[in-house]
Design a binder for this molecule. Structure first.
Ligand code: DAH
Length: 376
């Protein structure tokens, strides 16, 4: 067969094959058979090398012409197939844009009101220049009581309805901490240089301004008590802090937290072993309606305990009470959350009921800030 005949035969064969290719994959098979490394047209091109120069002069353009011709036929056919495939998809796939959107997981999940309340409290105190510290839930009897000036055998140890733990092999008596106050000592203590594993308990030099949120435990359970509950502790230590500042800090905190322009506080003398003097604080409120309104009305609601840190506690933490003084306060977080968000039963907080969480929970991306709104 002459070269011209070979070229004609290939042209006829592949032109038909290209026209008959039904999809992109079929077309590609034809391309490989013609123009691929081992394709027929490529083989013909390779034969140029063994031709006499004269022969090559006419054969070269002829074979290359065939190659280019087939390449452009393939490209044209590919365009046709592509748009046919797209049209077929468009016809087959329909989207009902009237269907409701599935909410994204970030929109469906809910932040527990306790987490929200802790975030709100820490946002307020951070704004006032306080740091955040944490301590362990399983606490030594020493930090929970002794360092806080509870004498051995003092009735206050029993009043805390303490969950005492079995004394371990090391002889150290442990309890589930009954309050966040032991972290006061951990923060003040010079020897507590490294944070305990997993907790943010940095030892600080005075001036110290910290809030300490966390879980606390007492053997008690009814509508307003659960065996596990939450407190936030506040501690300010320097050389001159006094009750006037304590009062201001608490007022600013409560105004910001309850998102009201004014609060009126009443300080009543009380007793805690770790403060002297000790006070309980009531906030003025209105209880005439279905919910308690803070900042108005003529009722009082007990809201926290506080006082000037006892000199024994300062000394137990290794600071000199003749140089340093300060104040502390302890607030029940769960109670604050119940008051602010109107939940009647504390036990529901820990029932893990999805319906309750859907109702009372907060959207995960709405972080509480003072400038953007705490609870909105
Ligand atoms: N720890 C106390 C309690 O759980 C609350 C408390 C009272 C903490 C007075 C304080 C304080 O820091 O000064 O009952």
């Amino acid at each position: 067969m002459s070269l011209d005949q070979q070229i004609d035969a290939l042209r006829t064969e592949f032109t038909a094959a290209i026209a008959n290719a039904g999809d992109e994959a079929g077309l590609d098979t034809v391309r490989v058979a013609a123009l691929g490394k081992k394709g027929s047209v490529s083989a013909l091109l390779a034969s140029l090398g063994s031709m006499a120069p004269e022969e090559r002069k006419s054969a070269g353009p002829a074979i290359n012409g065939l190659k280019n011709e087939l390449a452009s036929l393939i490209e044209a056919r590919s365009d046709v197939l592509k748009s046919a495939a797209l049209n077929a998809r468009l016809a087959a796939e329909t989207l009902d844009i009237t269907l409701p959107l599935q909410p994204a997981p970030t929109a469906r999940g809910r932040i527990h009101p306790i987490s929200q309340t802790i975030d709100e409290i820490t946002a307020i105190f951070s704004d006032m220049g306080f740091s955040i510290a944490e301590g362990p839930d399983i606490e030594t009897d020493y930090y929970n009581f002794t360092a806080l000036n509870f004498p051995e055998g003092h009735p206050a140890r029993e009043m805390h309805d303490t969950f005492f733990m079995k004394t371990g092999a090391d002889g150290v008596k442990k309890v589930l901490r009954t309050h966040t106050s032991p972290v006061q000592v951990r923060v003040m203590q010079k020897t507590n240089e490294k944070p305990a594993a997993g907790y943010m308990t940095p030892a600080m030099d005075p001036p110290i301004r910290v809030v300490i949120p966390g879980r606390t435990y007492r053997n008690d359970s009814d509508q307003t008590h659960t065996p596990m509950f939450h407190q936030v502790e506040g501690l300010v230590i320097d050389k001159t802090s006094h009750i006037g500042q304590l009062r201001w800090v608490l007022e600013e905190f409560l105004k910001a937290f309850f998102e009201v322009p004014n609060v009126t506080l009443r300080f009543r003398p009380s007793f805690f072993p770790f403060t002297e003097p000790s006070m309980e604080v009531d906030v003025q409120c209105d209880r005439s309606g279905a919910e308690v309104k803070i900042g108005e009305g003529s009722d009082w609601l007990e809201i926290l305990g506080c006082g000037m840190v006892h000199t024994n506690v300062i000394a137990n933490a290794g600071l000199d009470p003749d140089i340093y003084q300060g104040f502390a306060f302890g607030v029940g977080i769960d109670r604050l959350a119940m008051l602010k968000y109107g939940m009647p039963d504390l036990r529901a907080f820990f029932d893990a009921d999805q319906r309750w969480l859907d109702h009372y929970g907060f959207r995960p991306l709405d972080l509480p800030t003072l400038f953007g709104g705490l609870s909105s």
